[in-house]
Design a protein around this ligand. Structure first.
Ligand SMILES: Cc1cc2nc3c(=O)[nH]c(=O)nc-3n(C[C@H](O)[C@H](O)[C@H](O)COP(=O)(O)OP(=O)(O)OC[C@H]3O[C@@H](n4cnc5c(N)ncnc54)[C@H](O)[C@@H]3O)c2cc1C
Length: 517
């Protein structure tokens, strides 16, 4: 009988021979090995913290990514100079040193101020430098190993035993602990986009290959949030303002600008928010509105109310009943998102200028279908509040609807295989994965894994707000502390399995592929 993993590997990689993990008893690594899949913000910050913490027992931290290390999607090197959406003073990867990023930025941009919106690429350099310094400063028994590649599956023969981590090219890493830091999934496909998949007229994920517009081109962007703004400004640079852009979303809401951050003089009443959440989402919305009005009456800004509610988000989320959570997702989420995820002022005003000049048109409506018609795409939508349909021929369609967190619909091979094996469980509201403390994955039988963790935006089912650096750094730090403590405890009670020489079991058909690290 095939194990589920063996059958997944067989159907997806027919040309390669893998050992049957069900029959194979993997050699354990010589020192404890923590494999982190994904070296974007979350994975890099877990690794950096692990390298900095004290360890009595030898530890190897293996960081695997299919992209360049310590960049992820958000902070990659790109042709356009995208700006961070959050001021420099709030982007530290360390909660112990809130000015860490600003200090780093001032080495190349000496005039940087805490309220400045700095280039995202610079933030990627900062993450790279944190990781490199932590690796250099770590004692000899604590090592970082970087692996370039795509993880497609894992297997654990027995619960709590060592894990085998399979890469797309046949390499296999043996791990004691696995951390999944896979980042934001791509957007959901648009209606009718299946027929356009192979066409250059449809961009299914703007971060895979950010598009450049041509002069005279008509572009339909589906989605009107932060990604839309990035795509409009970057794409429009090539078209020199001569492309016509239509941006469509159900509510047609465009994010407002950020404003200078102030600390609240008086701490608002968090207890009343918690009480309201325990009653209903309607009551909670009313209480947040009142809080915002109060702050504005005292000369403050509504953003401060949103900022305060955000700090309480995990508690408020846990107070809401399952039915009220559904109501929130259905009726309130889009308003929360648009107020919570704001644009840097420069991006907002550049976008507004394009709207004033008639280059960008924002439409509230629901996309019904896309069809390829000769050299164009025909888009059909229903405008919000109207019963008839609108049709338009465009040169290109760009999907900016944002990440599809519903793990049941994930196209990520690793996640699909873990769900098929019952190692990972999608949450029923379509927000991500079911996790326990420190992001431990809950399996299909309802047990929390003690050696498989998740960190990143798919922690939403448990905490709600888990997209940005401010929240993710806390989760990454807490997980690193937890793993370091577990490593320490195992050092005092050495019950680990015996080890092989290299610490890695590499499939012979994959060759010595770790040389590619
Ligand atoms: C364009 C953009 C801009 C943003 N700007 C900001 C901002 O200014 N401020 C802010 O606070 N937040 C911002 N965010 C939010 C962002 O989600 C977080 O800041 C953070 O970058 C998320 O980190 P992550 O590690 O979870 O995901 P990512 O940084 O996306 O990293 C995930 C990594 O996992 C790798 N990976 C995935 N699957 C596999 C696999 N199977 N095998 C190998 N590797 C794999 C990917 O290649 C990727 O490098 C932005 C997000 C985006 C998309």
């Amino acid at each position: 009988m095939d194990t589920p993993l063996a059958s997944i590997i067989r159907t997806t990689q027919p040309a390669r021979r893998y050992p049957d993990p069900g029959k194979h008893s993997p050699a354990a690594p010589p020192s404890r090995t923590i494999v982190i899949v994904g070296a974007g913000f979350s994975g890099s910050v877990v690794a950096t913290n692990l390298l900095r913490l004290p360890h009595k027992q030898p530890l190897r931290v293996v960081l695997v990514d299919r992209r360049p290390m310590a960049r992820g999607v958000a902070y990659a090197e790109r042709r356009y100079r995208y700006l961070l959406n959050v001021p420099a003073g709030r982007m530290s990867a360390s909660s112990a040193d809130p000015a860490e990023f600003l200090t780093f930025a001032r080495r190349s941009l000496p005039d940087s101020m805490p309220d400045d919106f700095l280039p995202r690429e610079l933030y990627g350099q900062y993450l790279e430098s944190l990781l490199a310094h932590a690796a250099l400063a770590a004692p000899p028994h604590v090592r970082l190993v970087r692996v370039r590649g795509s993880v497609i599956a894992i297997d654990r023969t027995h619960r709590s035993s060592v894990l085998q981590v399979y890469l797309h090219d046949g390499r296999r890493i043996v791990a004691n602990t696995l951390v999944l830091a896979l980042g934001n999934p791509p957007p959901a496909p648009l209606p009718g986009s299946e027929a356009l998949q192979s066409s250059s007229k449809y961009v299914k994920d703007p971060w895979e290959a950010p598009p450049e517009f041509h002069s005279g081109e008509t572009v339909l962007i589906v989605g009107t949030g932060l990604t839309m703004a990035d795509v409009v400004l970057a794409g429009n640079e090539g078209a020199k303002g001569k492309a016509v852009i239509h941006a469509l979303s159900r509510h047609g809401l465009v994010p407002p600008p950020q404003a200078p951050f102030r600390d609240l003089c008086d701490e608002p009443d968090g207890a009343s928010l918690k009480q309201a959440a325990a009653i209903s989402i309607r009551r909670l919305v009313r209480t947040v509105r009142r809080l915002s009005d109060d702050i504005e009456l005292r000369g403050g800004d509504w953003r401060e109310a949103i900022g305060f509610v955000r700090t309480l988000a995990p508690t408020l989320w846990s107070c809401l009943s399952p039915g009220e959570r559904k109501r929130f997702l259905r009726h309130v989420r889009c308003y929360w998102d648009v107020h919570r995820h704001r644009l840097p002022y420069a991006t907002w005003s550049a976008l507004n200028e394009l709207r004033r000049e008639g280059n960008v048109h924002v439409i509230a409506g629901r996309l019904l279908r896309l069809e390829l018609v000769g050299r164009h795409v025909r888009a059909t939508w229903r405008t919000r509040g109207a019963s008839d349909q609108t049709t338009m021929l465009v040169d290109r369609v760009i999907n900016c609807t944002g990440p599809l967190y519903d793990a049941r619909k994930s196209e990520e091979r690793l996640l699909r295989s873990m769900i098929a094996q019952g190692i990972a469980v999608p949450d029923p509201l379509g927000l991500g994965l079911v996790t326990h403390e420190f992001g431990a994955l809950m399996d299909a039988s309802g047990r929390a894994a003690d050696n498989i963790y998740y960190v990143g935006p798919m922690l939403r089912p448990r905490h709600w707000e888990t997209t940005a650096v401010q929240e993710l750094r806390t989760h990454a730090e807490q997980l690193a502390y937890h793993l370091a403590a577990a490593n320490q405890a195992r050092a005092l009670h050495p019950t680990g399995p015996s080890s092989d020489v290299l610490g890695f079991s590499i499939d012979p058909t994959g060759g010595n592929a770790l040389a590619a690290m």
